[in-house]
Design a protein around this ligand. Structure first.
Ligand code: XLS
Ligand code: NI
Ligand code: NI
Length: 444
């Protein structure tokens, strides 16, 4: 097969901070040992198939701008799918990252009927299995595209039409089977159209019940086929729908609790979705980590002036240090990793631009990781947080939280002991300075 990324003649390597080579890592040294583990094994980086190989660079006002020949109305769609997969694996291998992620429709085209669609998927899964064997590239997660086709315009599992639910269930069944077959670490559900455009035609309670039933079926099928990976839900507040049910980590958590599904799913948090929800990425990660539902990350960034999912490559170490401190402080990834759910800008039309985006994003993540571990090792932030709550390990704190106390008993104690809390500084500026000092002293 002909090479596609011909300007990149050698795999991207770590060359250190002083290299002049734009096609090299300056920080990401996969073999560097950090806190007893290789950097590559901490970060578990994945390239996403959709934005990088399945998207032509179109926007709502304009056509595709990218050089992706397999998307140009191919006469033989399966041949085009193979050509796309060849280019994708060439990219993964040259970039040298360990994982990829895909939707069913990214790797295999729709057939004339669903039977043919399934057969297309099977053939492309076989082809992917061969490529993975040859290259050593692994699957971080698989997923099903339940949002592009018009049949899903009113939702997948939350569609008012049960036939749309059935179709979505069929697709997830095959996508989950494919993920297992390819030894995926996990499986993602992003409910792109699980939401509404107007409440005037929407029965929220009914749609919620459908969604819960769908998730139950997925969890049950996972057990049935013996898939040992983890199921993730990817929160997003809106876009394409006006309101999406998986709004943010806390909303997903509440929903899972309500339907007794909290042991089955964790969250895949996307940076740009966090900011669309009006939160920081740090907030979303901290919520998930501290409530035991943290799973994986879709690494990207938004544009502060745009209210949509611009999916840009991460480039701010400052923004990433606090959330990464939270992730690695809690033990890091088990089934998840950093998936580059990132797109090039529409004017980045050179094939090699895809390398530049990933190289910069990966170096940014690597640098933030090294700084996060530096803060963790020195307990710069963890100690302050622990000390701040020390009172809750003392007699008063323990008693208040125990069933032995009551509102009345606490009130009596305030009177009897003359309790009169003294305000203490939250030291926000001190902590911000400590984080900046760690960044500026640059442990890389
Ligand atoms: C869209 C989502 C999507 C999921 C996978 O905003 O980020 O790309 O990650 O379906
Ligand atoms: Ni995503
Ligand atoms: Ni997104």
């Amino acid at each position: 097969m002909a090479e596609f990324f011909t300007e990149v003649t050698e795999p991207i390597r770590y060359e250190g901070p002083d290299t002049a080579n734009p096609l090299a890592f300056r920080v990401y040294d996969p073999d560097r040992i950090v806190a007893g583990k290789r950097l590559e094994d901490h970060l578990r980086i994945a390239v996403c198939y959709w934005h990088s190989f399945q998207w032509p660079g179109s926007d709502i006002f304009g056509d595709g701008t990218f050089d992706r020949p397999w998307l140009d109305n191919p006469a033989d769609e399966m041949a085009a799918a193979r050509q796309k997969m060849d280019a994708a694996f060439e990219f993964f291998t040259k970039l040298g990252t360990p994982y990829f992620c895909f939707h069913d429709r990214d790797i295999a085209p729709d057939g004339a009927d669903y039977g043919e669609t399934v057969s297309n998927l099977h053939q492309m899964v076989d082809y992917a299995a061969e490529k993975m064997e040859q290259t050593g590239v692994k699957l971080l997660w698989g997923t099903a595209n339940l949002f592009s086709h018009p049949r899903f315009m009113a939702g997948a599992s939350t569609n008012p039409n049960p036939e749309a639910f059935a179709f979505a269930a069929a697709q997830v069944r095959h996508a989950l089977d494919a993920t297992k077959r390819l030894d995926g670490q996990s499986y993602v559900l992003w409910g792109g159209r699980e939401g509404y455009d107007t409440l005037l035609n929407t029965d929220l309670k009914q749609e919620g019940a459908q969604f819960a039933r769908f998730l139950e079926m997925v969890a049950e099928h996972k057990r049935k086929i013996g898939f040992e990976g983890q199921l993730f839900i990817e929160p997003k507040p809106q876009e394409p729908t006006k309101h999406q049910y998986d709004y943010d980590s806390a909303t997903v958590h509440g929903f899972l609790e309500r339907f007794d599904l909290v042991d089955e799913f964790q969250v895949n948090i996307e940076v740009n979705h966090a900011t669309l929800a009006g939160h920081s990425f740090h907030h979303e990660v901290a919520y998930a980590v501290q409530h035991g539902i943290f799973g994986s990350i879709d690494a990207n960034r938004g544009d502060p002036q745009n209210g949509w999912d611009t999916d840009q490559f991460p480039n701010s170490v400052e923004e990433l240090v606090p959330p990464l401190h939270e992730i690695f402080g809690a033990g890091g990834f088990k089934y998840g990793g950093f998936n580059f759910d990132t797109k090039l800008r529409r004017q980045s039309v050179d094939r090699t631009d895809l390398f530049h985006g990933h190289i910069g994003g990966i170096d940014t993540l690597a640098k933030a990781t090294l700084i996060a571990f530096d803060l963790l090792e020195k307990e710069t932030l963890t100690k302050v947080r622990r000390d701040r709550y020390a009172g809750w390990s003392g007699d008063l704190g323990k008693w208040i939280l125990s069933p032995d106390s009551s509102l009345e008993a606490v009130a009596d104690k305030v009177l009897a002991d003359g309790i009169d809390p003294v305000p203490v500084s939250g030291r926000q500026e001190v902590l911000e300075n400590l984080v900046n000092r760690a960044i500026w002293s640059d442990p890389s």
